[in-house]
Write a protein that binds this ligand. Structure first.
Ligand SMILES: Nc1ncnc2c1ncn2[C@@H]1O[C@H](COP(=O)(O)OP(=O)(O)O)[C@@H](O)[C@H]1O
Ligand SMILES: [Mg+2]
Length: 221
């Protein structure tokens, strides 16, 4: 399905307990090919926001249209399919499987809902600067290489949406900058809607739009 705004949240609120909501009547639209960075201090609800977009949390009120689908109306199976087909996620700690080769890790990105006509693992390894290194063990790679591998895996099933939760948190400044520039470039080139969340200002430079998450709402920086 193609839609102009793969991410479209309207009036989303999320509370974990009865007190102060973590997200409060929040709106967010992200266009095809757009990269949005969300900055916020620890505990402001950044990961909560990403989990909602990823279809991992339905305990909110309001409306989330993701890839043109209303998440609240999907069955659990449909929601799993949405995640497998439409969302690529990148984490601070890479979440690679060290008993698999680099190429096998990238392949996992297409394992649960294989699509036809998507980029091959070899092409994606080349796109992230790891050409010909598919046989290597991820555990022996540097942090920057491991995160680039995770980026290749996230893109493997041609997702509509890429989410990154503190993607440079385990990288030194220069490596973090290279990785984030690459992530932005690859997402834009493929028409993916990207949301990066972080408490690190340096991520913002490589995004098209920067929002601040504070008091449960997003504001333009
Ligand atoms: N599953 C949960 N149950 C209860 N409270 C949670 C849960 N997840 C997050 N929180 C609380 O919600 C707030 C926002 O958390 P989080 O979204 O992880 O923030 P951030 O990613 O910005 O650090 C924090 O106060 C956190 O303790
Ligand atoms: Mg977090």
């Amino acid at each position: 399905m193609t839609t102009e705004f793969p991410i479209d949240l309207r009036g989303v609120s999320r509370s974990y307990r009865d007190d102060q909501p973590v997200l409060s009547d929040l709106d967010l639209q992200v266009a095809t090919g757009e990269v949005v960075a969300v900055l916020g201090r620890s505990g402001t609800g950044k990961s909560t926001l990403l989990r909602i977009i990823a279809g991992l949390d339905r305990g909110y009120v309001g409306r989330a249209l993701l890839g043109g689908r209303s998440v609240q109306d999907l069955s659990d199976d449909q929601l799993s399919a949405y995640r497998a087909q439409s969302v690529g996620i990148i984490f601070q700690s890479f979440h690679l499987l060290d008993h698999l080769s680099a190429a096998e890790n990238v392949d996992l990105g297409a394992r649960f809902a294989p699509k036809t006509g998507v980029e091959s693992t070899a092409d994606l390894l080349a796109a992230v600067g790891l050409e010909g290194r598919g046989h290597e063990q991820p555990a022996l790679m540097s942090g920057g290489e491991r995160q680039r591998l995770a980026i290749a895996r996230a893109l493997r099933n041609q997702p509509e949406i890429i989410l990154a939760d503190e993607p440079t948190g385990n990288l030194d400044e220069e490596t973090g900058r290279l990785v984030i520039n690459l992530l932005g470039e690859l997402g834009r080139g493929r028409g993916v809607a990207s949301v990066w969340v972080t408490h690190e200002e340096r991520l913002a430079d490589a995004a098209d739009r920067v929002l601040i998450l504070e008091n449960g709402k997003l504001e333009q920086r």
